[in-house]
Design a protein around this ligand. Structure first.
Ligand code: ADP
Length: 258
């Protein structure tokens, strides 16, 4: 189980996350929703151990920056973080060795095949298109097959085939009992199976609800999102006047847009 407890992260005077708490239950898929600047990347980077913050994050009882916790977690960043001097296949082999994986060749072949990079094995980072770099970023993140995987806007920049493949892959990981946290600001992209949603705005969690709670109340994820981020109830979505009058609170500054 991954527990985020009262995490606050400030960049100078800018509070990127404030008292953020939530739990990822083993084997669950949690969607981290929020507009741009809501604090999603900041909390994910805090969990994976890239940032200093106030608060506590534990993974199966281990503090998140310990080697025990790091071994269990994997991270797919929003922007590819690749090495210019390595080819596609060298990236994969480098990660396999870094994680001390054995018998990794078939897994590398499988991932490169699924994300249509098999014919790009000898290409260097700067010879790949942005979408291909994004796919390599995914393959590198998925290779070690961790129990808990954090994905920051993983569908951005992917072509339709890769989006379909990643959604299928996410479903396979779900069936294999992986714990996943997937951030997005595009609600329409969340058509895969998910168990819980944590909605952030202005650095704070403004909703943490299960799928069954949302569906049991006769709502969609979109209804829930606009209800908590803009105070718009499902029935008032159809009323332009009410939507417009609530936009003061939803100014770009209030929403924390970058
Ligand atoms: P999201 O991922 O939801 O778009 P972020 O976590 O990237 O949001 O950003 C949350 C807030 O923190 C924003 O106000 C953003 O401008 C700020 N922020 C993020 N990274 C940095 C940074 N490296 N330095 C200063 N401010 C940052």
């Amino acid at each position: 189980m991954l527990v985020v407890n009262n995490v606050t992260k400030k960049y100078g005077k800018n509070v990127a996350c404030k008292d953020v708490s939530f739990t990822l239950e083993p084997g669950s898929l949690t969607v981290l929703l929020g507009p741009n600047g809501a604090g999603k990347s900041t909390i994910i980077k805090s969990i994976i151990g890239f940032l200093k913050y106030d608060g506590e994050i534990t993974v199966d009882g281990f503090p998140n920056k310990t080697s025990e916790a790091r071994k269990i977690m994997g991270y797919i960043p929003e922007l590819p973080s690749l090495y210019p001097t390595l080819t596609v296949i060298e990236h994969m082999e480098f990660i396999a060795r870094a994680y001390k994986m054995t018998n990794y060749k078939d897994r590398i072949e499988m991932l490169l095949d699924r994300f249509e990079l098999s014919d790009k094995k000898k290409k260097f980072d700067d010879e790949l298109s942005k979408g291909m770099q994004q796919k390599l970023n995914l393959c590198v993140g998925l290779l070690p097959d961790p129990d808990i995987i954090l994905m920051d806007e993983p569908l951005l920049g992917l072509d339709p085939h890769a989006i379909k493949e990643l959604k299928n892959y996410i479903e396979e990981m779900r069936q294999a009992g992986k714990t996943m946290l997937i951030s997005t600001h595009i609600i329409d992209s969340v058509d895969m199976l998910w168990d819980r949603t944590v909605i952030m705005q202005n650095g704070q969690v403004c909703a943490n609800v299960s799928r069954s709670e949302i569906e049991g109340a006769g709502k969609t994820l979109e209804d829930q999102f606009f209800l908590v981020t803009e105070g718009i109830s499902p029935s008032s979505v159809k009323a332009p006047v009410e939507v417009a009058s609530s936009s003061d609170e939803g100014s770009s500054e209030a929403k924390g847009e970058k």
